[in-house]
Design a protein around this ligand. Structure first.
Ligand code: CP
Ligand code: NVA
Length: 308
């Protein structure tokens, strides 16, 4: 994981985990889910605090981290720029120095990956990426757990990403490397993923223009909104460009017979996905959402629990 000068471990990208850690984390997430459902108490983070900085809206990330900390015996503090000095221009480095002297880990949802990295560089405690414009690694932990629970090992399988080459697409590209699967990306021209990330992942990731071709033989089909947070002004232009990239029944029909459909949510039925797909039998979006809780509890344990 990201080792800083103070040696604490951060989770800023999926690539902060090695393959063994990733595999163990997913297995642990499923174990924590079983323990939680059976009512078994597990409080390794007693008296520990997670600060959660949200510079963008959230439902799943906030609720899963907050509930997860409580279930692990700890506590979470919600911080937004609206009511902290972050919103009044206190430097990110100073905020990191101060907040990390008081809590045991920090989760940040922000715009630029560089902001997250600057915070982490000045933090005494682990920092977790709760979404940036570039990456959404926590979502992929939940998605990989969900695939494993429904279909077993994703290694060697084909995954289709239909839509924007955005933060979710980038994290799927990192997941392709970490979990060893093939990723076919169908996106409109001009909406490709980052060229550098693509070059680094070129052995596993291919860009196509036809969603049906990308989905052909895929065991997992995934998509996301056409306009991410911060791109609201581009909605109309994006709707025009992405029209042919809706995940429809016909796209799902070209995938493998037992293919799963995933979406990180929130979703827009009738835009990136047809209602019949997201509400249909191949969709596992509610499991994905729930698994944010379990996968992040496994992550919090890994980063925060005292060594045994
Ligand atoms: N998928 C996801 O991160 O959802 P939120 O924006 O609601 O946190
Ligand atoms: N790509 C979306 C993901 C939301 C969870 C966004 O950044 O808004």
């Amino acid at each position: 994981m990201h080792a800083q000068q103070n040696e604490c471990r951060h989770f800023l990208a999926l690539s902060d985990l090695n393959r063994d850690q990733a595999k163990a984390l997913i297995a642990r997430a499923t174990e924590l889910k079983r323990m939680h459902r059976s009512g078994q108490e597990h409080r390794p983070l007693a008296r520990r605090t997670l600060a959660m900085i949200f510079e963008k809206a959230s439902t799943r990330t906030r609720v899963s981290f907050e509930a997860g900390m409580v279930q692990l015996g700890g506590h979470a503090i919600f911080l937004s720029p609206r009511d902290t000095q972050l919103g009044r221009g206190e430097p990110i480095e100073d905020s990191a120095r101060v907040i990390s002297r008081m809590v045991d880990a920090v989760m940040i949802r922000t715009f630029e990956q560089a902001t997250l990295e600057r915070f982490a560089a000045h933090s005494q405690v682990p920092v977790i990426n709760g979404l940036t414009d570039r990456l959404h690694p926590c979502q992929l932990l939940a998605d990989m757990q969900t695939f494993a629970e429904h279909r077993g090992d994703i290694r060697g399988k084909r995954v289709a990403w239909i839509g924007d080459g955005n933060n979710m697409c980038h994290s799927f590209m990192e997941a392709a490397e970490l979990f060893d699967f093939e990723l076919r990306i169908a996106c409109p021209e001009g909406y490709e993923p980052d060229a550098e990330l693509l070059a680094a992942a070129s052995d596993r990731c291919t860009i196509l223009r036809d969603p049906r071709e990308a989905a052909s033989g895929a065991q997992l089909v995934a998509t996301d909104v056409w306009a991410s947070m911060g791109q609201e002004d581009e909605q109309a232009r994006r709707e025009a460009a992405f029209g042919p990239f809706q995940v429809t029944d016909s796209v799902m029909a070209s995938s493998a017979k037992d293919a799963l459909f995933m979406h990180c949510l929130p979703a827009h039925r009738g835009e990136e996905v047809a209602a019949s797909v997201i509400d249909g039998p191949q969709s596992v979006v509610w499991d994905e959402a729930e698994n944010r809780l379990h996968a992040q509890k496994a992550l919090l344990e890994l980063l925060m629990a005292p060594a045994q």
